[in-house]
Design a protein around this ligand. Structure first.
Ligand code: SAH
Ligand code: SF4
Ligand code: F3S
Length: 442
């Protein structure tokens, strides 16, 4: 008897870490003979990889799970699995299990390598399975992954987070910091580069902590230096680096290496020392500015970007003004700005003086207006310049154009031409907006 080809569809929320986990889930599913479905409707198995960083991330997940109910009614054999960060919360798991009988499988962040076995069990027994581990068991083993791109790849270097910023759930849902062996990372990057990958992004919640848990004396700067020796690696990026641990040695290494990109993403979170302290960020406004100055001095062409939270408990108008002043002083190339979202189990969620929603929204819009203006002015200075762009594919908004990123991670749009996808080209900028540069290949 000829079996119909089984298909999978994965829906991913959250950060690059989750995107990369989804690539691994895809790799494992392909290893047990599933093929990628183009549309969710044709899938035999649907996995949702969830995020819990802010409340709206969770609401979107519940909305999506509700939507899938209809597919299950049409196809009772369909397997629906939900995993990822949100599933590390007992409350979310219980809600999903009780209110959404269409969900067959619930798994967490620490056991994604067991998903194929769990699926096989469901196929055989048609039972519902919840398997979430509270704690990590060392590193999640290396898993096959199916990459979205032929020329860009993510490589995990450290799992978990030990920082316990008071607003953040990540340390609770991803466990303690565990660095991946140096040699394993080098081998993986060498293999990817041999397959034609031009740009590698090293992943970790705090990449600067890399190696702190090793007996040997190896740090993140050493890793960058070693990877830079791989001849055909054109671009090396990393996500995310914590300002507290960003050493001057690291700036020097970034300056002296060829592949490491001239982009520093340094989440400041707040410009007020009082709030930074309550957030447990471990640096002051002054220390942060010193770091920025050092970067500008050593790598003047670099882009500096950031993350900012408004409306953290107790944030006064004065505290917020300090954030505004800092943004004016640093003039970030761009910033991700967020409204503080209380997360169950974190210290900040229990703090008094939670800020009313309307004040948070109003602060966010003032901050965004300022940053958009600065981003636009910074981009205006790019007019007429030539930048090096790795062309990634068709742009989302206009299929007549191609999109890519320059070394500073700025989004660049060019008119469509054959043979450019996956190539690194020089582009002269002729038009700009706050978030986008436009130009022509020269
Ligand atoms: N490890 C990274 C951050 C990962 S989360 C780092 O420390 O830089 C990405 C961003 O989400 C954070 O930088 C922060 O700005 C935001 N964020 C995290 N928790 C949040 C919360 N409870 N409410 C609002 N924004 C939050
Ligand atoms: Fe969250 Fe802070 Fe860890 Fe980043 S460093 S993941 S913000 S606890
Ligand atoms: Fe979200 Fe988990 Fe990343 S909570 S931001 S997907 S580590």
């Amino acid at each position: 008897m000829k079996d119909k080809m089984k298909k999978y569809f994965i829906i991913t929320y959250g950060c690059q870490m989750n995107e990369h986990d989804s690539e691994k889930l895809a790799g494992m599913l392909e290893a047990i003979d599933y093929h990628k479905a183009e549309e969710v409707e044709e899938a035999d198995i649907i996995l949702i990889n969830t995020c819990t960083i802010r409340e709206n991330a969770e609401l979107r997940v519940f909305g999506k799970v509700g939507e899938l109910k209809r597919l299950k009614e049409n196809n009772p054999d369909l397997i629906i699995g939900v995993g990822g960060c949100m599933m590390q919360s007992e409350k979310a798991v219980r809600h999903l299990y009780e209110k959404h009988p269409q969900v067959d499988l619930i798994f967490g962040t620490h056991n994604i390598h067991h998903v194929p076995d769990l699926i096989k069990r469901i196929e055989k027994e048609r039972s519902r399975i919840v398997e979430v581990w509270d704690e990590e068991e060392g590193l999640i083993p290396d898993l096959p992954s199916v990459r979205e791109s032929d020329f860009k790849a993510w490589v995990s270097i450290i799992q978990g987070c030990n920082n316990f910023c008071t607003y953040c759930v990540v340390p609770y849902v991803r466990g303690r910091e565990r660095s991946r062996p140096f040699k394993d990372i080098i081998n993986e990057v060498e293999k990817l580069v041999a397959e034609g990958v031009k740009e590698i992004t090293l992943l970790g919640q705090n990449v600067n902590s890399y190696g702190k848990d090793f007996k040997e004396n190896i740090d993140f700067a050493d890793l960058l230096q070693e990877l830079d020796k791989i001849p055909a690696l054109y671009r090396l990026r990393y996500m995310t680096s914590h300002p507290r641990d960003f050493s001057f040695k690291l700036i020097q290494v970034i300056k002296d290496t060829k592949a490491v990109c001239e982009h520093f993403h340094l989440p400041i979170q707040s410009g007020s020392n009082r709030i930074l302290k309550k957030m447990n960020r471990g640096y002051s406004r002054e220390k942060y500015l010193e770091l920025v100055n050092k970067i500008r001095q050593e790598v003047p062409e670099a882009a500096i970007t950031t993350d900012i939270i408004v409306g953290f408990p107790g944030e006064t108008e004065e505290d917020f003004q300090e954030t505004i002043d800092l943004v004016k002083e640093v003039r970030f190339d761009s910033a991700f700005t967020f409204i503080y979202s209380p997360r169950t189990g974190t210290p900040a969620s229990k703090m008094e003086e939670q800020i009313p929603e309307d004040i948070k929204k109003e602060r966010l819009s003032r901050l965004m207006a300022l940053q958009n203006q600065i981003s636009l002015e910074k981009n205006q200075a790019e007019l007429g310049k030539v930048v090096e762009v790795l062309i990634e594919g068709e742009s989302k908004n206009n299929p007549e154009t191609l999109m890519g990123r320059d070394r500073r991670n700025k989004l660049v749009i060019i008119p469509k031409k054959d043979g450019l996808i996956g190539e690194i080209v020089n582009v002269r900028i002729n038009k700009v907006q706050s978030f986008t540069l436009y130009g022509e290949v020269v």
